[in-house]
Design a protein around this ligand. Structure first.
Ligand code: PHE
Length: 454
């Protein structure tokens, strides 16, 4: 039955195909746009340090947990919980994941639209010649406060996402990632080298890599952990869904390790571009707001031979990286509608995509398009609530479910298929049972207390 079920639901062509797809989901705006923004707003290097710890100790644990659950159940998040514990409220975690995915996609696609807009701007030569920080900021403000442009690109991104998802997992997702993700990596390394050799880069490096522990507080820890979940696509069932298409002979541990490692590498490299460039342009590490990356990248392109070409290529690849993530966000509700409600993929993709677009309207209007949404920074707020807190809550319940409801023993049995030795077993078991849930609970409680007491 398994084989038949797999072929109806679609499956990855090979282990490599899965790795590319999962890496494609993980790597995206989270690494290049959101990570540097978070570093800049949360004390610099201290954030980076906590972030790395969060990925290694908790992110990897949750990633392996999600892949294992998904491959075992071979279902979407709702179906997976229902498969293991039928007729219990546990499937609510699946529903939370679906909602979170739709809400994340609603603002994520807006920012992906910015990247698309910047692709055209850079190609048209707007950043040619000397670009000052003032010019770059003004170009962003003019662009982001023009609803027509923002909506146009937002709609294009959603349209592409719907189109690819309706074509199905294998044909849709695999194709994009194979050549273009490695290209993005090479270009980012190249840009980092250029940034590091700019005059004054050292100050940026200090902000980015030399921790100032007086800046450490509970918000920094929460944001670092939430950002780890966001960047690794965890806590809402993406990796449960992607795991459900993995073959029984694949090694889940090395897959989880590879995805976590490469995602973190790209984020760290993005910081090595942003902060030296920022210092070079005479700005402090903590300026730039939610659009930091969009204001800083043009500065480095204007400092390079052939900057117009590299810049255009960069924004094109950033769009691809973003789309391999938007499709993984939309795939969660679509897999649910197809598996559990027997909808056709086309209908599911269209409806879920359209609803997401409607939910995204306030975010699209929150960078100058409409005063009310701009004032409350709707996009930033959504990013924290859904892209951070909601994912942490989801990850907490996924750990509890695996450790205490399904049971580590059964999970390990699933992991053994494809990795009979599983040397990391004691460490993983400790983290999924105690360390990860405890860390998430402590952080969330401390945060709630802080909010209540002001
Ligand atoms: N990980 C993606 C990124 O960094 C965003 C994402 C979050 C995708 C959650 C899927 C699920 O861009």
């Amino acid at each position: 039955m398994d084989g038949q079920q797999l072929s109806q639901r679609g499956a990855w062509g090979s282990k490599v195909a899965f790795i590319f797809a999962a890496t494609g989901s993980a790597i995206g705006l989270g690494n290049i746009w959101r990570f540097p923004t978070m570093v800049s707003q949360n004390g610099g290097a201290v954030f980076v340090l906590i972030y790395i710890l969060a990925v290694a100790l908790i992110g990897f644990t949750v990633m392996l947990a999600e892949l294992t659950l998904g491959r075992h159940a071979q279902k979407n998040p709702v179906g997976a919980f229902e498969y293991i514990k039928p007729h219990t409220p546990w499937k609510l975690i699946g529903y939370l994941g679906i909602l979170t995915g739709i809400f994340i996609l609603s603002f994520y696609a807006v920012v992906a639209g910015w990247a698309l807009g910047y692709f055209f701007k850079t190609a048209s030569g707007i950043f040619k010649g000397k670009v000052t920080p003032e010019m770059s900021n003004q170009i962003f403000t003019e662009f982001s406060s023009d609803p027509i442009q923002v909506f146009l690109f937002f709609a294009i991104i959603m349209g592409l996402t719907i189109f690819i998802i309706s074509k199905g997992v294998k044909k849709g997702i695999e194709k994009w990632t194979k050549i273009l993700m490695p290209m993005l990596f090479i270009l980012i390394v190249f840009l980092a080298v250029r940034a590091l050799t700019l005059p004054g880069a050292g100050q940026g490096i200090t902000f980015y890599l030399k921790p100032d522990f007086s800046k450490l507080n509970v918000a920094v820890v929460l944001f670092a952990l939430g950002q780890a979940f966001f960047s690794l696509s965890l806590g809402m069932g993406t990796m449960i869904t992607y795991g459900s298409y993995i073959s029984k002979s694949d090694n889940l541990v090395s897959s989880a390790g590879w995805v976590s490692f490469s995602d973190t590498l790209i984020a760290l490299l993005a910081g090595l571009i942003i902060f030296p460039t920022l210092a070079f342009s005479g700005q402090a590490g903590s300026v730039g707001g939610d659009a930091l990356a969009f204001k800083v990248f043009p500065l480095i392109f204007s400092e390079m031979q052939g900057g117009q070409i590299f810049g255009t290529l960069f924004f094109a690849l950033l769009c691809v990286a973003a789309i391999t993530s938007t499709i993984s966000l939309l795939e969660v509700p679509v897999a649910y509608l197809v598996d559990e409600r027997n909808w056709s993929r086309n209908k599911a993709a269209l409806l879920a995509g359209f609803i997401t677009f409607l939910i995204g309207i306030p975010a699209a209007l929150s960078t100058g398009g409409m005063e009310f949404f701009t004032k409350i920074n709707f996009l930033g707020l959504f990013a924290i609530i859904f892209g951070n807190i909601s994912l942490a809550v989801g990850a907490l319940f996924i750990c509890i479910f695996i450790a205490y409801i399904w049971g580590v023993k059964k999970a390990v049995k699933e992991i053994h298929s494809g990795n009979p030795r599983f040397n990391l077993r004691p460490l993983w078991a400790f983290s999924v049972k105690f360390l990860s849930p405890a860390a998430i609970i402590i952080i969330l409680i401390t945060l709630i207390k802080k909010i209540i007491t002001g």
